[in-house]
Design a binder for this molecule. Structure first.
Ligand code: GTQ
Ligand code: FE2
Length: 354
């Protein structure tokens, strides 16, 4: 599959290489390897296009979620999640080289047991109502379109006290954590973490542009762990009355940590955008690998050479350096998450408009 000249510097003479093979073999014995055979594969002229554009139709995916419901419980599985794999990265549980995407399903009466880990997680609710996620002993009830955060190394369990199934997207950064071999995890000794704060406590503390006197918070993640859809979509619609849409992004709002104005999560950028009916975006590309979920509306998205039509609940993936254009046939509200914030912190991020 990989040929031995893959990634080899064009200037290395293939004939001359034959005379060097013995040297390479002896060097290998000492765990040494010549850079000149791999240099341009390591330091590429443009981003490597390993991940591919992909579209997951919720209509097609949902029956598999239902089947998983019949086949395994949340106690045995810990989390009943079907992983969305990038077709260019099979078997790696990656939706982009740095990000995980899964669809988690929880039945009425079920509990997904409490655990914690270094990886941060986001939940984006796709279907159902009235299941909760409990973060450090505070429950939040979830509705479609809500964006919920599980910060690094924070106890969390999920439960469904409603009569309906609930499905949400799990976005995690564990591939970043694992790149640095920095992963730890632990299970809580009981199924659920004890309740320490009443529901809505954090919203009262930090959700109204006020802080309790003497409040302190020492996490790099926003203390707000549920950004309800109702408030987000209301703000977006209001913006359309007095602001111009960005030609490439439409009306786009980023989720932020209200304490410092930075990204709500330290490792994953999150946003919601509104594309009014008939709006078509100008081409845009960036080095951020991005996962989109359609909350409302229909339209089409072109990613590189591929065009997909989208409907509510569909998920699509825009890998690094693929050109994206969106065209809304009805008012469209799109959630997105990406590795942009990490790339910005590390000075890797690049974008091109047009
Ligand atoms: O819900 O805690 O999809 O820890 C992967 C890892 C979900 C979770 C995932 C997790 C979770
Ligand atoms: Fe977890």
């Amino acid at each position: 599959m990989t040929n031995e000249f893959d990634g080899m510097v064009e200037t290395v003479n293939r004939e001359a290489e034959k005379g060097r093979m013995g040297f390479y073999e002896r060097a290998k014995e000492e765990n040494l390897a010549p850079l000149w055979r791999v240099l341009h594969g390591l330091v590429t002229e443009e981003p490597k296009k390993t991940a591919l554009p992909a579209h997951f139709s919720y209509e097609k995916v949902r029956p598999y979620l239902m089947e998983a419901c019949d086949l395994i419980g949340t106690e045995e599985s810990e989390r009943r999640v079907m992983v969305l794999e990038n077709p260019g990265l099979p078997g790696q549980s990656k939706i982009t080289p740095s990000l995980f995407c899964g669809l988690q399903i929880i039945k009425p009466g079920e509990i997904a047991p409490a655990h914690k880990h270094v990886a941060s997680a986001l939940r984006f609710v796709v279907e159902g109502s009235g299941a909760y996620s409990a973060i450090a002993g505070e429950k939040t009830m979830m509705e479609v379109g809500d964006f919920v955060i599980t910060p690094s190394m924070t106890w969390h369990d999920h439960g469904n006290e409603s009569d309906d199934l609930m499905v949400w997207i799990d976005g995690l950064d564990m591939h970043m954590v694992n790149t640095f071999s920095a992963s730890f995890r632990a299970n809580y000794p009981e199924m659920s973490h004890p309740t320490l704060k009443p529901e809505g406590a954090t919203m009262a503390e930090v959700g109204i542009n006020m802080l309790p006197d003497g409040y302190s918070h020492n996490s790099k993640t926003s203390p707000i762990f549920n950004y309800p859809y109702a408030r987000t979509v209301e703000a977006l619609h209001k913006l359309t009355r007095f602001r111009d849409p960005d030609p490439c992004h439409g009306f786009k709002m980023n989720y932020i940590n209200p304490l410092n104005g930075e990204s709500a999560m330290p490792t994953i950028s999150t946003s919601m955008r509104l594309l009014p009916k008939g709006f078509s975006t100008k081409p845009f590309r960036s080095t951020a690998g991005t996962v989109f979920n359609v909350v409302e509306g229909e339209g089409s998205v072109t990613i590189g050479e591929l065009t997909f039509t989208y409907k509510p609940k569909d998920i699509f993936v825009v890998p690094s350096w693929y050109k994206i254009t969106l065209s809304a046939t009805s008012d469209s509200v799109l959630f997105a998450y990406s590795d942009q914030v990490v790339q910005e912190k590390l000075d890797f991020y690049r974008e091109l408009r047009g």
